[in-house]
Design a protein around this ligand. Sequence first.
Ligand code: FCB
Length: 445
Amino acid sequence: MLMQTKEQQGLSRSQFPTDFIWGVATSAYQIEGAHDLDGRGPSIWDTFCQEPGKIADGSSGQVACDHYHLWEQDLDLIASLGVGAYRFSISWSRVQPLGHGAWNEAGFAFYERLIQGLVSRGIAVHLTLNHWDLPQALQEQGGWLERQTCEHFVRYAVEVARRFGSRCASVCTHNEPWVIAVLGHELGVFAPGFKSRAKAMLASHHLLLSHGMAVRALRDAGLQTELGIVLNLSPIYPASDSPADVSKARLDDGLVARWYLDPLVKGQYPQDVLDHLGSDAPAFSAEDMRTIAQPLDYLGVNYYTRNFSSTGNPWDVHSTGNEVTDMGWEVYPQGLTELLCRLHQDYAFPRLRVTENGAAFKDVLADGAINDERRESYVREHIRATKAAMEQGVPVDAYFACSLLDNFEWASGYEKRFGLVHVDYQTLKRTPKRSALWYRQFLQG
Ligand code: FCB
């Protein structure tokens, strides 16, 4: 039994609506492993990991947490924490190795087992269709730079929904399209590794368009499940109050947030960002914009930290003196409250969901236990920040801690641990950390 600390007092589950969704999140490539089993085709992340120098520790998701084999114990773990909802993604190339054409029944069988396992444990299914791992075969045809990929995505979405949709509490089209577009196509630090702003913006347009096309197709197919998209969002503050920094912060917010939010809600790209992009802006039609702006049931918000912009390098670390995580990200729970309030005010989605929130810290395994007080405090304070937004009238109905497990942290490999549950990568043994035990205690009321 963990002792209640002073700060913990004043926060309890009973302060949230009884139907508030409490969950944990993962994604396919980060945990599944089994990269070439049972007919799975390669994804762009399998390819990217093979390029020297791309992944900090030279690793890949080939084995990861071997969730493909250990899924049952992972579901038991989720149930044992008292968590009512699980957000995970489907590996597109596991169920359709080429991203078009034949379906892979063995791949679908894995997700069938997983979803049955969740339903039988009373855990709500929150399914993401695309958490970055595009089938490599589609990349070879141009990937997100090609409009045809949107058509393939829609067929994949409809097939997944046909099989699983009625058992899902929600379906999300894309996780963090900005990351795919910018880290993957402009900065080259994520798959597929391009370095072109024009490519990034074109990819972002096709991601948004494929989202709208998929939502429309799923609704036309009669799917009743809640539909949404998940964005990575942070308040962006000017590093100083100089007019140049203030306008830079506004532009950066335009590139990261408004570029996605405005089309989703208003059916148009922000004019200041289009002007800034000039010839790097994608070509699009009025019809595209109408397609993107499908009514959604919720917006998923992934929040980790805030950002500062300056006319110097916009992503320079701006030290505020606050604690930072192992990613170098400032711990700033108030940013989540502000963000949720701003989103509600400017965009008024029917519901907002915190679909990811969590922190990497260097954990020490001592006597079989991980005393990750800082992660516990991070999660607790962000839950409190969520509550603060709700008290201001913002319709937030879910919080997902990320991640359930330590896992393959993309370009950081296995060096960064975000899990509430520790994974020993030699033995694959799972050990709930103090933060997981705190979450369980919180959920038990
Ligand atoms: C988000 C990703 C998630 C995880 C966290 C730390 O951008 O959606 O998979 O890597 O960052």
